[in-house]
Design a protein around this ligand. Sequence first.
Ligand code: SDX
Length: 432
Amino acid sequence: MTNKKITIKDGQTNNEIDLPVLDSILGPDVVDIRSLEKNLGYLSHDPGFMATSSCESKITFIDGNEGKLWYRGYPIEELAENSSFVETAYLLLNDKLPNINELNNFSNDISKSMNVDSSVLNMIKVFDKNSHPMAIMTACLTYLSAKYHSDIDIQNKDYRYNSTINLIAAVPIMAAWILNFIHDNDFGQPNQELSLAENFINMSFPNISEEQKKLSSKAMDIIFLLHADHEQNASTSTVRLSGSSETSPYAAIAAGISTLWGPTHGGANEAVINMLEEIKNSDKDVEYYINMAKDKENPFRLMGFGHRIYKNYDPRAKIIQKIAHEYLKKLDESNPNKPLFDIAMKLEKYALEDDYFVSRKLYPNVDFYSGIVLKAIGVPQSMYTVIFALARTVGWVAHWNEMIEDKNFRIGRPRQLYTGKSKTSYIKIEDR
Ligand code: SDX
């Protein structure tokens, strides 16, 4: 703990107070404003939390200006090159890379939890076939929160470990069940000898060739790894705030899934392909859409471009871009996706050269390329954000555990700037 501080002075009263500065290992240090109201009578105000640290965390570091993303200090590029989704999940949860025994034990615990209770299938079948898969997945988590409600014990380490493993294993299996449900296919069952990515591909695409299964499972495992965590993004902040009331972890994850669903967050990968389809089917060219995106009066946004934190290239986008380009190289002219991907490459070129995008540092983000790879694998668009959610479940439970183990753990309760009416007396309806 250093004695660094900042002094602020109230211009109205000349009162001044010192606020401690807390050291960040990387990134900006933070001003601890917890005494501001008591000592100076003010709250801080930061709609959208653009400049607010909501917690202390050791899990993920992002440097948006440098385009850096580190999981527990390990650069995402090195993990994508050398690690796997399950090993990275262990790292995010335990703040260390596992040795071979630790990895085997962790993988076995996950494999044992892959046998999701088949009563979940009855719940999935209640939905219309054209229901959005994110709605069905949210319901699956709520169903599990009911099923496992009786043994909730948030402060118990074993309870937290078992819930963590259950969630990491169950969400990918339920994702495959949901995909098969909307495709009217057999639900299938997981194979405990296979990884979560291999099970997702095997269960979702049982009839593709072994070679295609291998290629798609590898791409899927990297996509899971890249989407596993991203510090205090909207859905992770939701899981933290929801979990801070000591609710069921399954219910807190359901809240995270609902937040991720939005098109400006995890829903962007689906929105990217919808946008490419719209451009492909319209009589307008790419330039027309680029100009629409640049028009302040027009709410149209180029899906898959820009980021709240990255004002440089999203490092995940660079990694997925390579996979996307590998898939694109394999596409022959007859492939129905070719026109779509040609449009994507034109948009990418514009965004990297046009001053509107370059000056605002609106680079292609992870969702721009993941939508292209998932489309190439054959995943239905409506399932893209479910895949994002299944991967981000690892980050969500890592933050949930870190929050509960934090010595300052308490329920979160943001404040507000009230600009409503002063005290107003009730008027009877006959006098209104
Ligand atoms: C994810 O938080 C996370 O970490 C999220 C995520 C994760 O892993 O959890 O990384 C996953 O959500 C990635 C982002 C996916 N979303 C999209 O691709 C949707 C399209 N992107 C935009 O909606 C937007 O870029 C956001 C929401 C991502 C970021 O919005 P900001 O930070 O509020 O951006 P901004 O409004 O401050 O933009 C600055 C300028 C504005 O123009 P000016 O006022 O300067 O003239 O850039 C413009 C914006 O109008 N702008 C865009 C644009 N994004 C921003 N213009 C056209 N197209 C866009 N996509």
